[in-house]
Design a protein around this ligand. Structure first.
Ligand SMILES: NC(=O)C[C@H](N)C(=O)O
Length: 320
């Protein structure tokens, strides 16, 4: 079987965050995503196919099962890039499961780097990426019923959002919901541990490289918030040396430029494993926030690192 395969090395991640409820089930999906990517014959096809498997799984915070913003909507974001510096990204898309599919349309069919909102959804529709998908899962319905933000304009929601968005790992406030919703919340059984479960993939055939990342963002963000994932150099990046896909606290990742910093290390001759470790160390020191990154170098070296409680990864293929 392996003999029939194209030369392709793929690494995928299922988000940096707390230890998940069902690591075994999630690992199976991650392994099959990596496997699916390794069957493709270009790195671009490989990361698109691998992330597609994860976007379709409700176990991850991408596509179906994504985080809900302050108006209750799931809006998806994604980015994809090749070592030839071709880039496409799309963000703030309600009803779009295959966010990386739309990012790829932006890359291949437009002269732009990033498209947003209703116009990104219209592009998806025009190019045959399914729209109007119900992105809610049982888990995200239940979680919303338990702790929805107050209704009203942003000025009436923001104090609640300041209290609940992004401060992961802190003590549970009265009412049982953790700030930021994921880590302690999972321990109490009162919330969903998928706040961080962004997905991503990096692939190389030993010559070319591609990286892609896809997310539903983070719980309790103001409607319309866009994080690091569709921002080139933050959630994803690739050069001829290799590529990276990041996950975690999006505002911190975006201000730090995590994916680009990891790939800069590859450009300076550091191997993939070291680049991932060093990038996360620098990120933690500079931002005091949680993140993870996967890295593949063009020689087929793979690396991953995180400073959160967990980040599951999978890999498949070979460039031998
Ligand atoms: N789950 C994640 O990794 C969240 C993503 N980085 C965001 O902030 O939108």
């Amino acid at each position: 079987m392996a003999l029939d395969r194209a030369r392709m090395q793929v690494i995928v991640h299922g988000g940096a965050g707390d230890r998940p409820d069902e690591p075994g089930d999630r690992q199976e999906v991650l392994d099959s995503a990596a496997d699916r990517g390794a069957d493709e014959s270009t790195p671009l096809d490989a990361v698109d196919a691998a992330v597609g498997v994860l976007e379709r799984s409700p176990r991850f915070n991408a596509g179906t099962g994504g985080a809900r913003q302050s108006d209750g909507a799931v809006r998806t974001d994604a980015g994809i890039m090749t070592s030839e510096r071709a880039v496409g990204a799309a963000c703030s898309m309600p009803g779009v499961e295959r966010a990386v599919g739309v990012a790829r349309v932006v890359l291949e069919a437009t002269p732009h780097v990033l498209l947003s909102g209703e116009h990104a959804v219209a592009l998806a529709e025009d190019y045959g990426v399914e729209t109007g998908v119900d992105l809610l899962s049982d888990r995200t319905r239940e979680r919303w019923d338990r702790t929805a933000p107050p209704e009203g304009p942003p000025s009436e929601q923001l104090s609640w959002i300041h209290d609940h968005f992004g401060a992961t790992g802190e003590a549970m406030p009265e009412g049982g919901e953790a700030d930021g919703g994921d880590e302690d919340a999972d321990r109490t059984g009162d919330a969903d541990p998928t706040d961080h479960d962004t997905v991503g993939a990096v692939a190389t055939d030993g010559d070319r490289v591609a990286a892609a990342t896809s997310t539903g963002g983070r719980w309790y963000a103001l409607a319309g918030r866009v994080g690091d994932v569709p921002q080139v150099g933050s959630g994803f990046f690739a050069t001829p040396s290799g590529g990276a896909s990041a996950t975690g606290a999006g505002e911190a990742i975006a201000t730090h430029g995590l994916a680009r910093r990891a790939v800069d290390l590859l450009d300076n001759g550091v191997d993939a494993a070291d680049a991932a470790e060093r990038a996360i160390e620098a990120f933690g020191t500079e931002t005091d926030a949680e993140a993870g990154v996967i890295v593949a170098d063009a020689d087929g070296g793979l690396g991953s690192a995180f400073n959160s409680a967990a980040m599951q990864t999978g890999s498949a293929g070979s460039i031998e």
